[in-house]
Design a protein around this ligand. Sequence first.
Ligand code: ATP
Length: 655
Amino acid sequence: MSDVQYSLTLEAAPPSRARLFESLAWWEALGWLRALDAHFVRFLAEHDAQAPAEVLLAAALASHQLGRGHVCLALSRALSAPRDVLSLPPLEENAPQAEVPLPEDFLQGLDSATWAARLAASPLVAPPGPGTTPLVLAGERLYLRRYWSAERAVATHLGERLGRPLPVEASLAEPLARLFAANAAPDDTPDWQKVACTLALRNRLTIISGGPGTGKTTTVTRLLALLQTQALSSAESSHGLRIQLAAPTGKAAARLSESIAGAVQGLDVGDDVKAALPREALTLHRLLGARPDTRRFRHHAGHPLSLDLLVVDEASMVDLELMAALLEAMPAEARLILLGDKDQLASVEAGSVLGDLCANALDQSYSPHACDVLEQLAGISMTADAGCSPLADHVVMLRKSYRFDAHSGIGALAAATNAGDVTAFRQAWDAGYADIQWLSASRDQAAVERAALAGYRDLYRRIAAGATPTEALERLGDFQVLCALKRGPWGVEGLNARIATRLWREGFIDDHQGWYAGRPVMVTRNDPQLGLYNGDIGIVLPDPEAQQHLRVFFATADGARAVLPSRLEACETVFAMTVHKSQGSEFDHVLFVLPEHANPILTRELVYTGITRAKRRLTLAGGDARVMDSALQRRVVRDSGFADWVAALQQEERS
Ligand SMILES: Nc1ncnc2c1ncn2[C@@H]1O[C@H](COP(=O)(O)OP(=O)(O)OP(=O)(O)O)[C@@H](O)[C@H]1O
């Protein structure tokens, strides 16, 4: 296709549909646009033979933006910085040499008001409200109807959970004090864990955000103990609360189960209360009842979940549609507690609900009623803000990491990254922390491969020595290579191939292509029939119970589970994985590989997420300091109307 010559006449006349379709074909063939996006536009064009090119282009771009995490197409942003906002051609790639038309060629001379007016006049587009048009235009945001509906559902359901504080029994003051006694802070800073727990006692919706090891699980476990204590002593419900734990991926659910079980053991409460606390988390898909071949879940508004309280961990990974499905299936009176890290990358799919909800979490102030409860129940004095947002009392940010102390380089790098503080980031490298290492890999791919091999050697020695699938799965968390990019020599695709080849050459694996023993894989699409979900990680090994035939083993609560390789329809090798895919997982040692040159894909959120996947040791392999400087200064922006809804809530009380 590259030798096809393309010429465009950029005269003032409206761009023709024919030219647009030619361009869409180019973009699709070059992998810039998903086939899905191009199909969608063809479908619209069939339904409206008169649809002007700029309407069809807007539809293609709205669909394309969904694939990049945006809920809608923001017309003015797209017009002001098309390359950055649309990533078409992809930001990861250098600008193409060929004379390929770009979206901006079609947008020249168009302003957002004119574009919006042409969209509004199209029968394919309707204003917000019930309807059947495939597209919805809200102000200057163009949505696919499905996503506009999801966004609206999330705002409506969350809105219904704000305010209306629940009664809190004064008798909880004593167990609350006991559970948090060891927290007594040496300085004047509030005990944010206790604040979170106390506010959650009165809320139907609570959002607890915090970085790694800030005690989200610890806090929520204490909260569950208090609520269960209250329920068990109540005359009306002596059977206690029906509590459910969930997380977006299997890996995250397994981690939550493990840490909750540990936290329950350490609770200073009676055995009856401990016995009434859950230990096992489900994936959200399993909780909601995912069904093969349909996006609809078994639980929905007409058949709600049977529970009184739901805790969702890793909520930053929950995309807009899943959040809408979850909120619709929640009984109106049940409590919902979302745990997550607002500073992490948002979900792979469209939306950034947790991040938007926590936009003001760092300097949150609380209502007079919430401050009264904090004072009376927890003995915590805070200055009330009568004009605070209705959302304020529902959001708490935990700030002290119990994992990364003052001697932790990982903690120092994570804090500097979050603050976008380039100087502090550099100082962390000069401070001599033992847990971080900079591998200056500029132009030295072999050094990165050697570091990867050193990290994986122990696992493959154990496998060679006959480790069981369960043992191998446990060791998978010891080391992981993470990449910022997918493509190129410093991306996942290149590194995966090179690491596999090296392991093969050194005799650690018998093959490096197809299905071979030792191949680590990640599931990339939900398969409810198999009980496997996007993000689940397994390893290929000979199955002692199937004449040593190769199987893919996945960790479950009951040990390793074997799956026939041929049944895995969508999976990829993960000696190296992208930071996006690593969300919800943590590893003892992470080798984080950055590209050689600055790249707009690199953002503060991506670097923070990559760094904080490491629990004990981080090796950063990267070009030069400038790559990091530009990354720390770039923030992720996700277009949606939800952030505006949150902002409007902030204004609501003040006006
Ligand atoms: N107030 C506290 N005092 C002492 N140790 C604490 C406190 N809170 C949490 N910890 C400890 O810090 C560690 C991390 O806590 P926890 O697992 O609750 O954090 P988290 O925010 O859920 O972590 P993750 O990022 O892994 O999800 C645990 O070992 C826990 O026991």
